[in-house]
Ligand binder design. Sequence first.
Ligand SMILES: NC(=O)c1ccc[n+]([C@@H]2O[C@H](COP(=O)([O-])OP(=O)(O)OC[C@H]3O[C@@H](n4cnc5c(N)ncnc54)[C@H](OP(=O)(O)O)[C@@H]3O)[C@@H](O)[C@H]2O)c1
Length: 351
Amino acid sequence: MPPNIFLTAATGYIGGTVLDTLVKYHPEYDITALLRKVPEGFSERYPNVKVVIGNFDNAQLISDTAAQNEIIIHGGKPKHIPSLEALIAGLLRRSGPSYLIRLAGTGIIADWQNGPYGELNPKIWSDIDDIDTITSLPAGNQHRHADKILQIAASEHPDQLKAAIICPPGIYGPGKGLGNTRSLLLPEMCENMLELGYPFYTQSGGNCRSWVHIDDLMKIYLGLVEAAVVGGGKAVWGKDGYYFASSHEVSQLHLAKRAGEILHTKGLIPTDQPKQLSLRTVREMRGGSSWEPMGLYTWACNTRARSYRSELLLVYEPNAPSVIDTLEDDLLAAVEHVKQHGPTYCPNLRL
Ligand SMILES: NC(=O)c1ccc[n+]([C@@H]2O[C@H](COP(=O)([O-])OP(=O)(O)OC[C@H]3O[C@@H](n4cnc5c(N)ncnc54)[C@H](OP(=O)(O)O)[C@@H]3O)[C@@H](O)[C@H]2O)c1
């Protein structure tokens, strides 16, 4: 019998690429996707994928659908608690082990609360050596509240609920699904540089972010789903089933320098020389977010994460080009998006 898989957020950058990847590598899987609206061409491209129409607030529907599937891949809005609780409740109605793979993010280890803002933080987080710290971080850390709910449920029902958390840093490269195919950070950085007319950083610009190409991220999704299909495989599930999904890191200054060269060469900004902005200035560059620390989080923080667990257990070998190597494509795609659809992060930007 092919495994039954329930996937949420199948129109998202990440979730849409997960769906496309699973269908490509495992056409035999029996997949059901939760969609708010079916994108044009969906049934032609994915004729064997079943669709359930609903949103994350439809707890009964989500729970009932989860109860019919042995593997859940949940993404989209990682901090949405009722949908996570509904999925857990649904899986616990099943007999035998079921798997829930949750999307989170390295916001959990970002140093936005204490800095050092705009400077390199020497702390590099390992998903093996630091697992006890990661799984006991305070609920105020990004993603932690939802992580904790899943980890407690998995600890209470170890035979029924096998949980894993995939935790990507900044993602780049084009998505493969039928909905959104672009990531968040590079389009936001591009719009800000276009609006300001120069690349920027704050303090020394030494703050470092880990990155992963969307294609490399899919290797971890695929590895975990394939492990679940064979009854868990070599993957770790439960409280320690926590997988950073990074491949390399780049400082804000390095990124700004390369972005400046690209945008200036294309005639989109008058200078390629990065400018140092004050912390007060970047603090206000929130891209429309209502979360007050968002500017600091985006431009001044460190998120340095290593994927040791995937390397060890899933034979994860990222080999996509780096964020610097593909920056031109990502930035030009962001420029084109502004031309066609208007700005997303800087409302006054006109091209
Ligand atoms: N992209 C990154 O660099 C990155 C890195 C690390 C972590 N993350 C985390 O991953 C999350 C998803 O990222 P993404 O880039 O894939 O986002 P995205 O492209 O905006 O996708 C969001 C998905 O969630 C669905 N969704 C949102 N609200 C929903 C609701 N109330 N009910 C049902 N479906 C809903 C959307 O459906 P519709 O198409 O119907 O709107 C869409 O499929 C982010 O929020 C972030 O926390 C992202």
